[in-house]
Ligand binder design. Structure first.
Ligand SMILES: *Cc1c(COP(=O)(O)O)cnc(C)c1O
Length: 405
């Protein structure tokens, strides 16, 4: 399929290019001392990930440990409240450990094992990436160092406990505001010193090349499965595919399966409390081009051009940029990016729970809310929503702030 001058039949062969660019976005803007380390990961990825040994081990893990393929569920009762359009969800909430993040963490740690490394390093904010990586490291018997700001360690005590139970070493970062940004800096610094024995595992389709590509490729299983399953359930493709976009990994995963099809694709960003800078994290919708955390993309900046403070009720979505491939697909017009605020996501959280017996993560509830809105607007057809994770982690927050509806 051709779309605005891009041939999507060969899209995955051409994007990213060999330097990690999707059009003008992507690349690797890293200090000299990290360049050799990133090149090593890129070289290893290109060779190891095409080997049938690696591929069959990853497939076995997905089947026997992660519980893949995850099903697609038809939302009969929720659809019935919205008109004639029919909603479906891809159940990434049923992945082992409760979200899509394990898809790329298992891939990254398997790569580390094939590269002969003994340790994986990462930062975490809300702790979800840290828990997924600690799970993968425990499975493979690798050491795992998770850098986390002191403020986040206090806020996310249950996730800190999970990481420790899984055997990870949680390293407290006390610099600056003691949150995600400082944790990223500390983790990169540790990696520069230790890269001979470990690899860095990024938690989304962000960071320097090759991570946006690697994480997309590991998540693409979601789109491949979903396309096959939807065809066998209904005999056709969905009219629309919807996913929430934080860094952009669950969305790139499901979008990958449908980019070359006549399917409308929607990325949903968190509008938080509203469109004022600082009140949301809708980086593609309201941001502009810039470089942060080692890659060129669209980002939210403050007056000094630094990454702006961001907010969303969904802590997994509050990142001031999104992966370079999203910026590219946005400019191309192949994916439409739109927003859902805190209140609508919470309404969708309760609606999906009550009408379908599925308690979604608040992140995923953003995609559900958008699917519900789209159903009312288009009034017919089928909409497939990626349900990136389950809501167990959000229970205390929901009860404290919204009560039980
Ligand atoms: C982390 C997370 C997200 C956001 O990350 P992406 O990289 O944008 O997918 C979305 N949903 C859940 C359940 C998460 O844990």
């Amino acid at each position: 399929m051709n779309y605005n001058g891009i041939n999507f039949d060969t899209y995955f062969k051409n994007y990213p290019d060999k330097n990690g660019y999707y059009g003008k976005y992507g690349g690797a803007y890293i200090p000299y001392n990290l360049k050799a380390a990133m090149d090593e990961i890129t070289d290893a990825y290109y060779t190891i990930c095409k080997s049938s040994k690696f591929i069959s081990e990853l497939r076995k893990i997905r089947r026997e440990f992660q519980g893949r393929p995850t099903p697609i569920s038809y939302l009969e009762r929720l659809s019935g409240t919205l008109g004639n359009a029919q909603l479906y969800v891809k159940r990434e909430d049923l992945n082992h450990s409760g979200a899509h993040k394990l898809n790329h963490c298992m891939g990254e740690v398997l790569l580390a094992k094939y590269m002969g490394k003994h340790k994986v390093i990462a930062e975490t904010g809300a702790g979800q990436h840290g828990v997924a990586l600690a799970t993968a490291a425990a499975y493979f018997g690798l050491k795992c160092d998770i850098y986390m700001g002191s403020v986040d360690i206090k806020k996310q005590a249950p996730n800190v406990a999970r990481m420790k139970i899984l055997g990870a070493n949680v390293i407290e970062v006390t610099e600056g505001l003691q949150t995600l940004k400082e944790a990223v800096d500390a983790a990169f610094e540790a990696y520069a010193n230790e890269y001979k024995d470990c690899i860095y595992c990024i938690g989304s389709v962000v960071g320097p090349h090759p991570f946006p590509m690697m994480v997309r490729d590991f998540q693409a299983v979601v789109g491949v499965e979903a396309r096959e399953q939807f065809l066998s359930m209904t005999g056709e493709l969905p009219d629309a595919v919807v996913a929430c976009v934080g860094g952009g990994s669950n969305s790139m995963g499901i979008f990958s399966g449908f980019l070359n099809d006549p399917v409308d694709i929607y990325g949903v960003e968190p509008l938080g409390r509203g469109p004022k800078l600082g009140d949301h994290a809708a980086s593609i919708t309201y941001g502009s081009e810039g470089v942060m955390h080692g890659f060129n993309s669209i980002m939210l900046k403050d007056e000094d051009g630094e990454p702006a403070p961001v907010y969303s009720v969904a802590s997994g979505l509050d990142y001031p940029s999104s992966g370079p491939e999203h910026a590219f697909l946005h400019d191309l017009g192949r994916v439409k990016y739109d927003v859902i605020d805190d209140n609508d996501s919470i309404d969708a959280f309760f609606a999906l729970s009550r009408l379908e017996g599925i308690i979604p993560a608040i992140e995923s509830a953003h995609a559900v809310a958008y699917g519900m809105k789209l159903a009312k607007e288009i009034g017919r057809g089928s909409i497939l929503i990626n349900l990136s994770g389950r809501g167990d982690k959000d229970m205390d927050y929901i009860i404290e702030h919204y009560g039980i509806r």
